[in-house]
Design a protein around this ligand. Structure first.
Ligand code: GAP
Length: 535
């Protein structure tokens, strides 16, 4: 299956459109069409229902070390600028970029790979975007740079394997990914990924604010509010779904790396002594969730971060990664990170004072060795009313991207098989095999022909189902073609009203995946669909 076919289906069937397309689009921004918006809503609803509202807080399910509570929150996108100073984002949330003086293009330093190559007495490092067909692209670039033809390919003397540009100290002999000449890349520079804006009529730095780059901080700064208003005891998870913004240097791979995206995050507050158990619990629970929602075992992995990969706040992180079709063979892309954040965030938002116990985790230190920024001055610690123990909770954070999850479900669902058409000729059928909970449309109601009272009966069934489900009515064209359209939309069930319906009040239900058709009474239609969706 190719990424091109998936992208083309997404556009054709209304899953995803480029933002502001009629004006040429805006890089890194995507709109969800009629089918896409339903899919993404279903992803978020399944997550919220399974993790938050439907969570059983009376028992220990799925191997949880203890019963625990879950609550939700919906915070603003713009927050007090001090939030981002104390969280570390103001100083540390950056990537390194290089600019090309010739083409004016900008690249992420760690996303360029290249190889040394020599020809015509000159040795250069040919850089290309890391990813697919690097060697093929590098060869083409090298031939072009040395003004050689394909038949002279053996004149290229490669030296060493492909390496990341970050390992090259002197960029003067580097040929940039789109440049004609050598040495046009600038030295790498820090680039903060937060979008800056101005609040109110103040135009100067006094009014400066940042679009949140993660939903997590809204949860940390409201920890005490949630605790006091709900009177929960720990362990407690607080969940939030919402937009986040990052000014990514090189957004790419469809919605995988966008500049505006939605996150589904849980900050799980627990006793420090139990934090490792909870870390393991959440890694397993989140991995199992993707499997339950239809992602195949062989395409999902859990990868523990090496110490030098950890974010500034993290004591340990495991990524749940999916074999996206745009990744090279054997490579995976991050779907979700599960991090052990220790007490970094709550401490950072507290006093911002340094004492022995906070020292290892304190945010950016100033020249005097004290934290650069002061926290809120509020006490965000927790007192256990049974043991009377007072402590700053540790936090486990399962942080998922709603858009990345939706993209993974699209890629996983995309299937092509061979099926006979009305005349018995084998045709390629494109079918989106979404889990029924995620499918944008749950059922389509189709009168076999547009006469003999069939549309009237079909419309009645449609209006009845519509009260509880997203359903679709279609009476246009041959029924085989209508089935194909529903297969492409990922609709799990097609209900067909035919001649027999008028005699005995039964309809057929066609299953998208097995193509089996069963006959059921009209009155039982909804129950059959409900059972199949849940079963
Ligand atoms: N609060 C922790 C945090 O934000 P992250 O690994 O930077 O951690 C969490 O982001 C998840 O958000 C990622 O696993 C991914 O699913 C999603 N995400 C991050 N950046 C994204 C982007 N530029 N486009 C789409 N999704 C993104």
């Amino acid at each position: 299956m190719s990424m091109e076919s998936i992208v083309s289906l997404c556009k054709r069937r209304g899953f995803l459109f480029q933002s502001s397309e009629i004006y040429g689009g805006l890089q890194g921004f995507w709109d969800y069409g009629p089918l896409g918006v339903e899919l993404k809503r279903n992803v978020k609803e399944a997550w919220w229902s399974d993790m938050v509202s439907g969570h059983d807080d009376m028992s220990t399910l799925d191997g949880a070390p203890l019963p625990y509570s879950m609550e939700g929150l919906d915070c603003t996108i713009l927050m007090h600028p001090q939030v981002w100073k104390c969280s570390g984002h103001y100083d540390l949330f950056h990537d390194y970029m290089v600019d090309c003086r010739e083409t004016k293009k900008r690249y992420r330093h760690d996303q360029l790979n290249g190889r040394w190559v020599e020809a015509k007495g000159q040795k250069v490092f040919v850089a290309v975007a890391a990813g697919d067909d690097e060697l093929e692209v590098m060869t083409k670039r090298a031939l072009k740079f040395f003004k050689l033809r394909n038949k002279n390919i053996d004149d290229l003397k490669w030296d060493g394997d492909s390496v990341c540009l970050t390992s090259i100290d002197d960029l003067s002999q580097v040929v940039g990914p789109d440049a004609k000449t050598v040495g046009t890349l600038t030295e790498p520079r820090e680039f903060n990924l937060m979008f800056k804006t101005y609040v109110g009529a103040l135009s100067g730095e006094e009014g400066a604010a940042f679009m949140r780059p993660e939903t997590a901080q809204g949860i940390f700064v409201n920890f005490k509010n949630v605790l006091d208003s709900t009177r929960h005891r720990l362990p407690l998870g607080i969940a939030q779904i919402g937009k986040s913004f990052r000014n990514e240097i090189t957004p790419r791979n469809f919605t995988f790396r966008s500049r505006e995206f939605e996150q589904m995050e849980i900050e799980f507050f627990c006793h420090p002594d139990q934090s490792q158990d909870w870390y393991r619990f959440w890694r397993d629970r989140r991995m199992a969730w993707y499997h339950q929602m239809g992602i195949g075992q062989e395409r999902l992995i859990m990868r523990e971060h090496a110490p030098d990969e950890l974010a500034h706040y993290s004591v340990g992180t495991a990524d749940i990664e999916y074999a996206f079709p745009f990744m090279a063979d054997g490579e995976y892309g991050e779907l979700e990170g599960v991090s052990h954040r220790g007490d970094f965030d709550l401490r950072s938002h507290m006093e911002g004072k340094l004492d022995e116990s906070t020292k290892p985790l304190a945010v950016q230190l100033g020249e005097d060795g004290k934290p650069k920024y002061r926290g809120s001055g509020k006490d965000l610690s927790y007192r256990d009313d049974l043991t009377n123990e007072k402590y700053v909770p540790h936090v486990i954070e399962p942080s998922a991207g709603a858009d990345r999850a939706a993209l993974a479900f699209i890629c996983e669902a995309y299937t092509e098989d061979q099926q006979p058409d009305e005349k018995g000729k084998m045709q390629t059928r494109t079918v989106m095999k979404f889990h029924p909970r995620l499918a944008p449309i749950k059922a389509a109601v189709l009168p076999l022909v547009k006469k003999d009272g069939m549309p009237e009966v079909a419309k009645e069934i449609y209006l009845d189902l519509k009260k509880n489900y997203k359903v679709f009515y279609d009476e246009k064209g041959a029924v085989g073609r209508r089935y194909r359209r529903q297969d492409e939309a990922g609709t799990p069930y097609c209900i067909t009203v035919d001649g027999q319906t008028l005699e005995d009040k039964t309809v057929t239900i066609r299953d998208r995946d097995s193509l089996e058709q069963v006959r059921v009474k009209i009155d039982e239609c909804e129950q059959v669909i409900r059972e199949r969706m849940n079963g």
